[in-house]
Design a protein around this ligand. Structure first.
Ligand code: AMP
Length: 211
């Protein structure tokens, strides 16, 4: 299964990606997680990305595309992958198409998690993330329930950055929905409610689409 998750920040892409990747036994590739890991390690890539991430802007395509191309060459992607947070604009979608055409391994589907703006703002401003494993929580908890790590508020989950991230989503990322619809690859599911039910809905929709 070669799958792309599409949806605004806060739609639950990261959470659903973990469950779907486990279900299909494919690696979960999150460009945001890769940038944050580089940031934590203080690599040049992390330092470069931080300036954009802190403002809610996209990291330049040249940097992001090269990083994804490299990641898709790892042997764990042979049986598929789940991309979370990439592509983030039509130019990235075109580059991804080219990379996969060269390998003769086109994507199977783009799964859109649909959610209202008011719900996104509520979710993101209360979201806390584990410093150790990156798992996201809807506020309240003290420690990560998976690894016991400390929780923190991502700089880009602060209110002033959230509104810019939403603008960037509308202006730059949302057009990829038409791109995948035109390609006949788009599946849209509602992303509100119980996490397990959303996962089950996604798996049902994917198996219908691919049967
Ligand atoms: P995310 O964890 O997916 O919300 O991503 C956090 C931040 O990382 C974004 O706001 C961007 O600054 C950067 N980022 C993640 N994925 C991409 C991408 N595909 N293209 C450009 N920037 C990205």
């Amino acid at each position: 299964m070669r799958l792309i998750l599409v949806g605004p920040p806060g739609a639950g892409k990261g959470t659903q990606a973990v469950h779907l990747a486990a279900h299909y036994s494919i690696p979960h590739i999150s460009t945001g997680d890769i940038f944050r890991a580089n940031l934590k390690e203080g690599t040049p890539l992390g330092v470069e990305a931080k300036g954009y991430m802190d403002k809610g802007e996209l990291v330049p395509d040249s940097v992001t595309n090269a990083m994804v191309k490299d990641r898709l060459n790892h042997s764990d992607t042979t049986n598929g992958f789940l991309l979370d947070g990439f592509p983030r604009n039509v130019a990235q979608a075109e580059v991804l198409k080219g990379i996969l055409e060269e390998k003769k391994t086109p994507i199977d589907a783009a799964l859109e998690l649909a959610i209202e703006n008011s719900e996104i703002i509520k979710r993101l401003s209360s979201r806390r993330t584990c410093k150790e494993c990156g798992k996201a929580f809807p506020g309240a908890l003290d420690k990560c329930d998976s690894c016991g790590g400390e929780l923190y508020q991502r700089d880009d989950d602060k209110e002033e950055v959230i509104s810019r991230r939403l603008e960037v989503y509308t202006e730059q990322t949302a057009p990829i929905i038409s791109f995948y619809r035109t390609a006949g690859l788009l599946i849209t599911i509602p992303a509100v409610g119980d996490v397990a039910e959303i996962t089950a809905g996604a798996i049902r929709a994917l198996s219908q689409k691919l049967s």
